[in-house]
Design a protein around this ligand. Structure first.
Ligand code: GLA
Length: 695
């Protein structure tokens, strides 16, 4: 049984993990265990009953509470902080009841209530057994007749076994340099990762992995988790007294406030976390499978090879230029032609047009249909770029509704890329955008939309806010989900891509709406290797749109460029008019090869064999779920000569089955390929792709 429940003790079991919580003698809901699944329920430890530490810390401070309120002598990070109408700022949570819903995804709900005020908290624990993941979120309710001002509501506090020897893995970056994997000791104190930018951000990603410093890609205990939220978020990884170790995660409380009116509820977004002894690779594969199977709208549809005209034509699009590119793309085997920025009313550069979502009359005198029809006649689907959340001051929309942007009335409105942010917390702005984009999708044969967001916030004001203006941070994201969700429901066949100047909006919240992420505006392949490695910690390869472009053209063979992009959902973004006939022919070859192997890449298991972050010679391998075939990619950038390339040890094969690896003599057992390994010969800036077959 996945959930064991008594009156005061609960055990949540997934395929290989166990998680236990219970009421201690003081009545606090305490964390008891999170790790490998134990044979008997009685094996799980009882709720801890720590002692006070002299007069400076009471027992509650020492208790690993599942969801601490800010109350009493607690000095660690609380999950909930609120002020009642009478000014009391102490949230004393008491257990009321628990229930188990034993559905396909079993769920434990624990109801807590404030000791004195009509303020309820429900903690949700949903089990995704096959993925070894637990989903947690909290819902608060005001049952009284005065408002409650909420200053923090996090989704979960994840407790680890006590220890001050943990290592934290996380992702950092900036625009054109996203998703760099960092591993660092988690020392005493609190390490905070966050976004204050309104979107998930290029700087940090709401993902963590903790190990004891000894895990590697294949082995070792790893606790890992994410937050499914596309706005301001915060992660606090703490090591406190007596080596208490925990990670709290949720909506960022920085500049946050929420007025919870009588009768209202508020739901925090979900945090998903898991434990594995299969190292960082095992942690990633659990997330990949879960995202593919349970989150993505079209997680099991093959992504088409696309061409995007942005780097070729920039804003200079029109029917003739796009058709010229489309014809070349189709001849290469491209299946989806995407027109990027520049197509809509008044958009000649980045100073104007955003907000006016109708085809530019000068560039497209007969609208988009002639282009779309030609693209379709060439056997391709058609896709389009939009940036709905933004407006240029030089646009009809802004001239009509200058009050629709995020702003403070007495402050300058800071533009970035000449644009301001529409306040999509407002229902009237939501309705406008839904209407505009719905019209585009209804009147055109559009199969794919790239949804961009090209700036971070400034002057985060909302003058006509109905509640606390600081609710903007959350209501904006709710508005985003509402607009996108409505459009998705009305146009379920459309594949959406989440882009925010590259990878600024990559998270599990957006992946319930978008099938893909544009990982980075940096398409230079050698840099991209490390960006892709970071991305793969969390996200499966089918969500990773990767283009072959002209960036860094002189240095790298076309095969290298293709191999890098073939590790995700392949796209092409180069200026095809400048490509030679030989280049077109070679590109067509790689597109055909990719089509043959893409089910393994998009739906298979991903193994990082050697990190491009730390090695100039790196490798990644994909294996089909039934382990009958695989594909290996290896890349060498620059290595001082003479250099000997180390062997690569394949992964994920059936040890007893016999396999062949393309270009290497002999049939060997899966075990041999994994234990003896294989050697490749590559010179600088060379790459190789080898298929692997069961024989
Ligand atoms: C952003 C995107 C690019 C491109 C441009 C268009 O930078 O990340 O891929 O779409 O906008 O303006």
């Amino acid at each position: 049984m996945p959930i064991y429940a008594s009156a005061s003790y609960w055990v949540l079991e997934t395929q290989t993990t166990g998680y236990a919580l219970g009421l201690n003698q003081a009545g606090l809901l305490a964390h008891c265990y999170w790790g490998v699944r134990l044979p008997f329920i009685k094996d799980y430890p009882p709720p801890p009953d720590p002692q006070a530490w002299a007069s400076f810390d009471d027992a509650a401070h020492q208790t690993p509470e599942e969801y601490p309120g800010y109350a009493g002598m607690r000095y660690g990070e609380p999950c909930l902080k609120a002020t009642f109408a009478d000014g009391v700022r102490d949230v004393v949570l008491r257990f009321v009841a628990a229930e188990v819903a034993d559905d396909a995804t079993p769920e434990l709900r624990i109801h807590l209530r404030d000791a004195a005020y009509p303020f309820r908290v429900t903690l949700h624990y949903r089990l995704h057994e096959d993925y070894d993941l637990i989903e947690r979120w909290a819902v608060i309710a005001n049952d009284g007749d005065t408002p409650i001002s909420v200053e923090r509501i996090w989704s979960a506090q994840w407790h680890l076994p006590p220890g001050d020897d943990y290592r934290l893995s996380h992702l950092t970056g900036r625009w054109v340099d996203e998703m760099h994997l960092r591993r660092e000791p988690l020392v005493h104190g609190c390490k905070v990762l966050e976004s204050r930018r309104l979107h998930t951000s290029h700087q940090h990603n709401p993902w963590f992995a903790l190990d004891r410093g000894d895990a590697n890609e294949d082995n070792g205990a790893v606790w890992f988790g994410v937050l499914a939220w596309s706005g301001n978020w915060k992660l606090a990884a703490e090591v406190a007294d007596f080596a208490a170790a925990r990670v709290s995660i949720g909506i960022n409380d920085w500049d946050f406030a929420w007025r919870l009116n009588p009768g209202e509820t508020f739901s925090a977004p979900s945090s998903y976390a898991g434990y594995t002894t299969a190292g960082f690779g095992g942690a990633s594969r659990r997330l990949h499978d879960f995202i593919r199977d349970r989150m993505l709208p079209h997680g099991h549809s093959i992504h088409k090879v696309l061409y995007n005209s942005w780097e070729a034509t920039l804003f200079d699009v029109d029917v003739a230029s796009q058709i010229e590119l489309a014809e070349l793309a189709a001849a290469m085997g491209v299946e989806l032609f995407v027109m990027d920025d520049g197509w809509f009313h008044g958009r000649n550069d980045d100073t104007s047009g955003l907000g006016d979502w109708r085809p530019d009359e000068r560039k497209f005198p007969q609208g988009l249909t002639p282009l779309i029809e030609r693209v379709n006649a060439l056997g391709m689907e058609f896709g389009l770029w939009i940036e709905p959340e933004m407006v240029n001051p030089n646009s009809e929309l802004y001239r009509a509704h200058p009050d629709w942007v995020i702003h403070f009335p007495t402050r300058d409105r800071t533009t970035a890329r000449n644009q301001l942010i529409l306040n999509i917390a407002r229902p009237d702005v939501q309705a406008y955008l839904i209407e505009q984009i719905d019209r585009l999708l209804t009147t055109h044969n559009i199969a794919f939309i790239k949804w961009d967001m090209n700036r971070a916030v400034s002057e985060a004001g909302w003058p006509e806010a109905p509640g606390d203006p600081r609710e903007l941070w959350v209501r904006y994201v709710q508005g985003l989900y509402h607009i996108w969700g409505t459009l998705r429901t009305r146009h379920p066949h459309v594949i959406w891509q989440s882009c925010s100047g590259g990878g600024g909006r990559a998270d599990l919240g957006i992946l319930c709406l978008a099938d893909q992420i544009w990982v980075s505006d940096n398409t230079e392949p050698t840099t991209r290797l490390a960006i892709q490695e970071g991305f793969s910690q969390v996200f499966p390869a089918n969500t990773m749109e990767a283009w072959v472009t002209d960036l860094g053209w002189a240095d790298l063979p076309l095969a290298f460029r293709f191999h890098v992009s073939m590790c995700g959902a392949l796209g092409i973004g180069g200026d095809l008019l400048r490509w030679s006939a030989e280049r077109h022919a070679e590109a067509a070859h790689w597109v055909a090869v990719y089509k043959a192997i893409r089910p393994i890449i998009q739906f298979g298991d991903l193994y990082r064999l050697r990190s491009p972050h730390t090695h100039p010679f790196s490798a990644i391998q994909f294996v089909s779920k039934d382990r009958t075939e695989g594909v290996l990619f290896a890349f060498r950038t620059y290595l001082r000569s003479p250099a000997t390339l180390p062997p690569l040890y394949l992964r994920g094969l059936d040890p007893a089955a016999r396999y062949e690896v393309e270009g290497i003599d002999g049939v060997r057992s899966g075990q041999a390929w994994m234990s003896v390994g294989l050697r490749l010969d590559l010179s600088d800036f060379q790459s190789t792709m080898r298929r692997i077959w069961l024989v």
